[in-house]
Ligand binder design. Structure first.
Ligand SMILES: *[C@@H]1O[C@H](CO)[C@@H](O)[C@H](O)[C@H]1NC(C)=O
Ligand SMILES: *[C@@H]1O[C@H](CO)[C@@H](O)[C@H](O)[C@H]1NC(C)=O
Ligand SMILES: *[C@@H]1O[C@H](CO)[C@@H](O)[C@H](O)[C@H]1NC(C)=O
Ligand SMILES: *[C@@H]1O[C@H](CO)[C@@H](O)[C@H](O)[C@H]1NC(C)=O
Ligand SMILES: *[C@@H]1O[C@H](CO)[C@@H](O)[C@H](O)[C@H]1NC(C)=O
Ligand SMILES: *[C@@H]1O[C@H](CO)[C@@H](O)[C@H](O)[C@H]1NC(C)=O
Length: 537
């Protein structure tokens, strides 16, 4: 448990001070998707002030555009009803070219809804840039690089969740590869061993323990129980090699979920009851039922890791009974998607219809569909008045009969469910003691150098203080590629394994109609250059 568990890079403020705020470049670009759509995966998405923001759509995937260097921010206005299948409802603005075009990124809104943070994801256009965090202000509609703070390295294929109630965003799993990190030139995948917490008010990053030593995919959900709430991590695929090439993946059992008590900074391995099929590349949404004080985590879409067959079944895990139930299925298969929740309406965004890298991955009308958790069916239109959720009577009576799991992971874990959410009082309560525990680095490890000692102080807004106090961290042994960047890596460097394994799914995408456009497969430099040559720059 001891030791540095995460990779951070430290972006030196002054060297980027002239980057400043980037304004929108307004060119003749598409303003909505009325000209058609095929597919795109995977968007980063979040709702702020009744606007659903989707990032990660490049023009190369839109039949009307075809220019992959056009990076779009797509929005849906949630103040009135609309059809999700009509392209004209998807408003688009071009994102400034200085912002890297990535996919599979996290998007976190702050509690005030004034800022969106974009972190991580697969690099599509500029592997040399080490800037991992970009922010978007919802009022000024401008993007800027988050400067002068300690930032996590870019990771891909992790999962994230937002917890505005405690002013935090979280990211679990994923890895660094040639698609994220310029210093990785072969097909190595270097898995993250921890969890990233972003304080969305201070912009400060904290490295915390993760549920697995190495994991990708799965789902991460915030549930407001206990002092600060819990995070529930479901599923996930574990690699045979944590830092190396040709790893084989195996799916974690769904008979257990990993639950993190945020206030206690501790993961619990909780068994579940009921039946559910394990899946990967799905998404999750939390629904609260007031009358039973229960939370339901819906898992939507995805495919079986072994057979690669898509899964239409929708299931939900009821908490605190930790029991799986099944709900009405999806109309159409969808995997590699992102979920965003608006009351009982769950937006499934982006993805593909089948596990394929070419046109077999299918086309659909528009980026989003809605699954209504209440009626357990897909809806064709959004209705802003459909907000509150209540459990079906059969599930309600079942969880009344078995309100808690047959065995709790830990007595301390059980006590979290004795009291209701206290998140509103903790947000007003700004005690340094409530800040999560920092990780410690083994400074006597000879593989580390330039260790800088520090500790975590809560409620610190000054960037200078954050830099000096936030973390123990260490500089990479190798000479940094860019002298202005100090790259921080874990002190426990895994040795490269030589195990031979089959090739990974390329995860490519179709460009418009028939002409194929590869979505960056992350670990093949050759395909990156292939991609670039096919673009209209
Ligand atoms: C932020 O936006 C969300 C989603 O629209 C909304 O539920 C929440 O009340 C907003 N918060 C504030 C402080 O306006
Ligand atoms: C890539 O990023 C680097 C560093 O930010 C920058 O110097 C370079 O101009 C960028 N290249 C392209 C093609 O955008
Ligand atoms: C959770 O517990 C089960 C049963 O003891 C075990 O098989 C599984 O490996 C555990 N998972 C983790 C992540 O510790
Ligand atoms: C720290 O690193 C040194 C050198 O690798 C090792 O001998 C020692 O056991 C490590 N200590 C801890 C607590 O991991
Ligand atoms: C984030 O920072 C704010 C302001 O300092 C603080 O009130 C809040 O508790 C912090 N959230 C977390 C999860 O640490
Ligand atoms: C990885 O797999 C490829 C293709 O099967 C093989 O050519 C290569 O030697 C493998 N590399 C290692 C280090 O096992």
């Amino acid at each position: 448990m001891a030791g540095w568990r995460f990779m951070l890079i430290w972006v030196l403020g002054p060297s980027f001070a002239n980057a400043g705020i980037i304004n929108f470049a307004r060119k003749t670009v598409l303003s909505d998707l009325s000209g058609g759509f095929c597919r795109s995966y995977r968007f980063g998405a979040d709702i702020a002030n009744n606007v659903l923001y989707m990032v990660g759509l490049d023009g190369g995937l839109i039949p009307d555009d075809g220019d992959a260097s056009n990076n779009y921010l797509v929005t849906l206005d949630l103040t009135s009803s609309f059809s999700t299948s009509e392209g004209k409802n998807y408003k688009m603005t071009k994102i400034d070219t200085a912002v890297p075009i990535v996919k599979d990124m996290a998007v976190w809104s702050n509690a005030e809804n004034s800022t969106l943070y974009q972190y991580g994801g697969r690099f599509l256009n500029n592997i040399t840039s080490e800037d991992t965090i970009w922010t978007y202000t919802t009022k000024e509609k401008s993007w800027s690089k988050q400067d002068g703070t300690i930032q996590p390295s870019r990771l891909e294929y992790g999962v994230y969740t937002n917890a505005p109630a405690i002013q935090a965003g979280f990211w679990v799993g994923g890895y660094r590869a040639s698609g994220t990190t310029a210093s990785i030139t072969d097909s190595t995948r270097d898995y993250a061993t921890g969890m990233i917490q972003l304080n969305t008010t201070t912009g400060q990053y904290t490295a915390l323990d993760g549920p697995y030593e190495a994991v990708e995919e799965g789902s991460l959900s915030y549930v407001p129980v206990g002092d600060k709430g819990i995070l529930v991590y479901i599923g996930g695929d574990v690699p045979s090699i944590k830092d190396g090439i040709n790893a084989t993946m195996s799916a974690n059992s769904w008979s257990h979920v990993q639950v993190y008590d945020i206030a206690g900074a501790k993961w619990y391995n909780q068994s579940t009851m009921g039946t559910v099929a394990s899946r990967t590349q799905f998404c999750a949404s939390v629904q609260h039922d007031e009358s039973s004080s229960s939370y339901q985590i819906y898992v939507i879409g995805g495919a079986d890791l072994e057979s690669k067959d898509t899964i239409l079944d929708v299931n939900y895990l009821s908490i605190p009974s930790f029991k799986w139930y099944s709900a009405g299925p999806l109309d159409d298969p969808r995997m590699t998607l992102t979920c965003v929740t608006y009351g009982r309406q769950i937006f499934g965004i982006g993805g593909r219809l089948a596990w394929a890298d070419d046109s077999q991955a299918g086309c659909y009308d528009a980026p989003a569909f809605i699954y209504d958790a209440q009626s357990e069916a897909t809806r064709s239109s959004f209705d802003p008045t459909l907000s509150s959720f209540s459990l079906s009577s059969s599930t309600a009576s079942d969880i009344k009969a078995t309100p808690s799991p047959s065995s709790w992971a830990d007595p301390a874990f059980k006590t979290l469910f004795g009291k209701s959410a206290a998140t509103t009082s903790t947000t007003a309560n700004n005690k340094p003691s409530s800040t999560s525990e920092p990780q410690e680095v083994n400074t006597s490890d000879p593989s580390t150098k330039g260790a800088i000692a520090g500790g975590v102080v809560g409620g610190v807004a000054s960037l200078a203080l954050i830099i000096s106090l936030l973390w123990f961290f260490v500089a990479r042994n190798k000479k940094p590629k860019n002298a202005e960047l100090v790259e921080i890596i874990p002190h426990q460097v895994q040795t490269m394994s030589e195990l031979p394994v089959g090739a990974r799914d390329g995860r490519s995408e179709l460009r418009g109609g028939t002409q194929m456009r590869w979505e960056l497969p992350a670990d093949h430099k050759g395909e990156i250059s292939e991609l670039d040559s096919g673009r209209n720059r």
